[in-house]
Design a protein around this ligand. Structure first.
Ligand code: ADP
Ligand code: MG
Length: 447
């Protein structure tokens, strides 16, 4: 029950071993939608009984979710993922406490956090998948070709993008929060004083702020970027009329084919809002063709969506991945659409996630190596087990081996199951035929 509360204090209730299990599930999720219990046990290197007990605990407290449709497996919930990220931030000394929730965005939760020095900062937990998928797809280019979705993965992608943009923009003196740290689906940034513009009833100097905002849109474009969500919810205004731009995982490149539309939409958003709210109308506003001189390409550095070529190609990759997967599992007919979809999403994630995942792996190792001083239960059960994941390379290799073994076992199991159903079906058909024969060719006059 205690773990349910979202509070750094509760990290104390999680033992090093429990984190080990969480990390094992996370690693397993690189190529399993649901990680087989056996695989969790093997990756974590914990003894069977202990692993089962801990998995049970984590499941009870909703850090893992369970499914036993095809086989017994678990995956991380957002809560479990949250704790992994929080633990990493705490271990790195980025934060030492989580305070009140200061915002719920469309696709995020925002908390106030503090570090050891008592400095206040902001933690943003990305939560993709909360709003309907179609709307996210419309908004986010990089999801365009995906059919099924691993939301933890996309939330992490979104956080990484936002952090990369924030760093690049901060380096070039754009008015954005100071990026402090990022891990998994979370970023830690500076606290921006003031309020979102949507809460500001009147501005002391609306023409000046209007000018600043248009200038900001132009500056961004000169650096190769379009915000795409440039509105009163994502602009913070301080008491001194300073503006800060927040929330930009959805930025696109100036080279995007719809750049013109996105650009004028951002501009129009500001114009409409200023007219409606502050009764300020101006004929002066920038257009992409006349006012933009791209001199720096932050977009290319970060490969903002719309610029990268791979995204155009994913369709084919998806198709081939699905085809080969389907061949190997096409015993059952009919309703295994969902199954192949989920496989596709796993295939989608696999290649990217393995490379992107290296920082996670590193932080996972940090987690495992740091002796958990706050845990009172851990390390007692099995003190030797804490080293088996200690180097990235060896864990990676053994992970692959283990995975191959488990996959093979699963395939065998599925094949056996298919055979069983096929046999049952044949038996059913047989008896049906027999029945038909009995009825048709029954002895005349039998009635
Ligand atoms: P979403 O992507 O879900 O819209 P945002 O990044 O826009 O999330 O954040 C949601 C809200 O949280 C904002 O409207 C703002 O009120 C608050 N917020 C976000 N970041 C900060 C920050 N660095 N400082 C202060 N408040 C913030
Ligand atoms: Mg927002």
């Amino acid at each position: 029950k205690q773990i349910m509360k979202f509070d750094v204090e509760v990290l104390r209730y999680l033992s090093a071993h429990e984190f080990r299990v969480l990390v094992a599930v996370e690693m397993g999720m690189k190529n399993h939608e649901m990680v087989p219990t056996e695989l969790i046990e093997t990756i974590s290197g914990l003894k069977h009984a202990l692993a089962y007990r801990l998995i049970g605990n984590l499941h009870k407290h909703k850090l893992l979710s369970h499914e036993s449709k095809i086989y017994d497996g678990y995956k991380l919930t957002f809560l479990g993922y949250d704790f992994l990220a929080l633990k990493t931030f705490v271990n790195r000394g980025t934060i030492s406490g989580v305070g009140r929730k200061i915002g719920v965005g469309k696709e995020s939760d925002i908390y106030e956090v503090v570090n050891e020095n008592g400095d206040s900062m902001v933690l943003k937990l990305h939560r993709l998948g909360r709003i309907s998928f179609r709307r996210v797809k419309e908004k986010r280019d990089y999801l365009r070709h995906r059919n099924n979705t691993n939301w933890l993965y996309f939330s992490r992608l979104s956080a990484m993008r936002e952090f990369a943009y924030m760093q690049a923009l901060h380096d070039r003196n754009f008015p954005v929060p100071i990026p402090h740290d990022s891990n998994r689906h979370c970023i830690v940034m500076s606290y921006v004083p003031g309020y979102p513009m949507c809460q500001v009833r009147s501005l002391r100097n609306s023409p000046e702020i209007y000018g600043k905002l248009m200038d900001l849109i132009v500056q961004l474009a000169d650096h190769g970027l379009i915000h795409c969500d440039f509105n009163e919810f994502n602009i913070m205004v301080s008491d001194e009329d300073e503006i800060t731009m927040i929330d930009f995982p959805q930025m696109v490149s100036i080279d995007h084919k719809d750049a013109e539309m996105y650009f004028s939409r951002d501009v129009q958003c500001v114009r409409t809002y200023f007219e409606k709210r502050y009764h300020f109308v101006s004929d002066e506003y920038p257009t992409l063709h006349e006012d933009i001189n791209v001199h720096t390409h932050i977009d290319r550095d970060i490969e903002a969506s719309g610029y990268t070529k791979e995204e155009e190609d994913t369709d084919d990759d998806d198709a081939s991945a699905t085809a080969s997967e389907d061949e190997s599992s096409s015993g059952e007919s009919g309703d295994d659409d969902t199954e192949s979809d989920s496989k596709r999403s796993i295939e989608d994630c696999k290649s990217e996630q393995i490379s992107l995942g290296e920082t996670d792996l590193k932080s996972a190792n940090d987690l495992l190596q740091t002796k958990d001083e706050s845990s009172n239960v851990s390390n007692v059960d099995d003190p030797q087990s804490v080293s088996s994941l200690s180097t990235q390379k060896s864990s990676d290799m053994s992970f692959r081996e283990i995975d191959m073994r488990v996959r093979k076992k699963l395939r065998e199991k599925q094949r056996r199951q298919r055979m069983r159903t096929a046999r049952k079906r044949a038996a059913r058909n047989n008896s049906r035929q027999k029945l038909a024969v009995d009825i048709q060719g029954g002895k005349p006059g039998g009635w």
